[in-house]
Design a protein around this ligand. Structure first.
Ligand SMILES: Cc1ncc(COP(=O)(O)O)c(C=O)c1O
Length: 449
């Protein structure tokens, strides 16, 4: 297939990235290490970043809305966090011993996250959600787990079916059928089915992204969280909020602080570790007691086994403590939210001026672009569109939009959308809105609009 206009422009300014991609494909499947970086003919290779911007191997500068996959509410390289990490690195990278920063880190989480009475650290968000499920199973003595279509909780065996495929059950390649069978995925817009499932009292846990799938790309119905809280409590099912992205972003205490709906367990990663690898599960002390030697002995039950070489690694703990200290008063959250509102308004203005029937939306510091062809009936109604409608888009359009934005100096997330940080500026927003307009020109020239 011959390259179109956008791909030709992209290839012309990313020659060094193209060379690196050839080298990468010889040793890495698809040449990448994270599926969301898959971009044909090649992704860009970053060299460095600062504030809200990053640069690629060809020297191109991008305004960054990928934001470290959501980890960077303070932007790239915030001085206080960098200093804390550098100071820690100078003292040692790994002690194979307890250290004071892990206590301060847990104290900050307990102080900020309403559901957090106790905390256990991990090396990633996937590990944190896996532990949350294990804690819930140990606490309830039940095996089955309820999840929601397209809500992301990591790539582990339990949580793979029902995210991007297998919405009606079935086995994802590489996952044993017996494991997949323990997880039921439902549509949160069909609340009666969710209530009925929980009424069976068969589920150890119900887990969800409390802002809706993909940080609100598929928003929840108003009141759904409150109802889920009631139904899960009545069923003796552990309610898990996966706040891996929303935690410390939507508010210092996450969605649970903002809505007042308090889950039994919360999973955290990304911002919690301030740009370093890390994750945590936090929640009710009696459930975290499953990990406690003395509590298990007192109760005469098995303790959940949990080592992990990089749990609360010193540099992650140092970055986490410094990041949470900066966020505690909420100033970075308010700044990022206000900038996101300006950006959403600016992008929507471009669409309206050009008569393009897409939709820009999102809450807090997130923005989403719905490229569904079926938006004629206004107002925008997520529930009417449903998961399929919200995620629908003409084939190849999201890829070309993303590439056109890269050509115009902006790195969007592939869903498409992005996350803002407190380091973005009004100038970044103006530049992004202009880049969007220029990208729509390119899409039009290419016959995609
Ligand atoms: C809501 C949510 N849960 C869990 C995860 C998994 O976290 P990690 O990539 O650190 O394993 C992610 C990652 O994007 C996420 O967005």
């Amino acid at each position: 297939m011959t390259a179109g206009l956008i791909e030709t422009l992209y290839a012309a300014r990313t020659a060094r990235s193209a060379e690196l991609a050839v080298r990468a494909r010889a040793v890495l499947p698809s040449g990448i290490v994270h599926d969301s970086r898959h971009l044909t003919p090649h992704p860009v290779y970053a060299t460095h970043a600062a504030g809200a911007q990053k640069w690629d191997a060809d020297g191109n500068r991008y305004i960054d809305y990928f934001g470290g996959h959501g980890a960077l509410l303070l932007g790239h390289n915030p001085p206080a966090v960098m200093q804390a990490v550098a100071a820690q690195m100078a003292k040692g990278t790994h002690f194979a011993a307890c250290h004071e920063a892990e206590i301060a880190w847990a104290e900050a989480i307990v102080a900020m996250v309403p559901s957090a009475e106790k905390v256990r650290f991990h090396a990633s968000g996937s590990e944190a959600t896996q532990m949350a499920l294990r804690l819930a199973r140990a606490f309830t003595g039940r095996d089955r787990v309820l999840r929601f279509h397209a809500h992301y909780h990591g790539w582990q065996d339990d949580m793979t079916a029902g995210y991007a495929s297998h919405f009606n059950g079935g086995t994802v390649i590489g996952v044993p059928a017996a494991v997949a069978a323990q997880t039921v995925a439902l549509d949160p817009y069909e609340a009666a089915g969710v209530e009925a499932a929980l009424r069976t009292k068969d589920f150890a846990a119900v887990i969800l992204e409390p802002l809706g799938a993909c940080t609100g790309k598929i928003p929840l119905e108003t009141g759904f969280l409150e109802r889920l809280r009631d139904w899960s409590r009545a069923a003796g099912t552990v309610l898990i909020f996966d706040e891996v992205i929303t935690g410390f972003r939507v508010a210092p205490g996450g969605v649970q602080e903002k809505t007042g709906v308090i889950p039994d367990l919360t999973t955290l990663a990304k911002i919690v570790a301030g740009g370093q690898p890390g994750g945590a599960v936090a929640g009710r002390a009696e459930i975290l007691g499953g990990l406690d030697f003395a509590a298990a002995e007192r109760a005469g039950r098995q303790k959940i086994y949990h080592p992990g070489t990089f749990n609360a690694a010193p540099a992650s703990a140092a970055a986490g403590v410094a990041t949470l200290a900066a966020i505690r008063g909420g100033a970075p959250n308010r700044a990022a939210d206000a900038l996101a509102e300006d950006l959403r308004r600016g992008l929507a203005g471009v669409l309206a001026a050009r008569g393009v029937p897409w939709h820009v939306y999102g809450e807090a510091s997130a923005f989403h672009l719905c490229l569904a062809p079926d938006l004629a009936a206004r107002p925008f109604d997520p529930q009417r569109l449903g998961r399929a409608g919200l995620q629908a888009q003409p084939p190849g359009l999201a890829r070309l939009l993303r590439m056109a934005m890269l050509v115009n100096g902006v790195d969007l997330s592939g869903w498409p959308g992005g996350l803002l940080s407190a380091a973005h500026t009004p100038e970044d927003i103006a530049e992004t809105v202009a880049a969007f307009d220029a990208s729509l020109d390119l899409l039009q020239e290419e016959g995609m609009l």
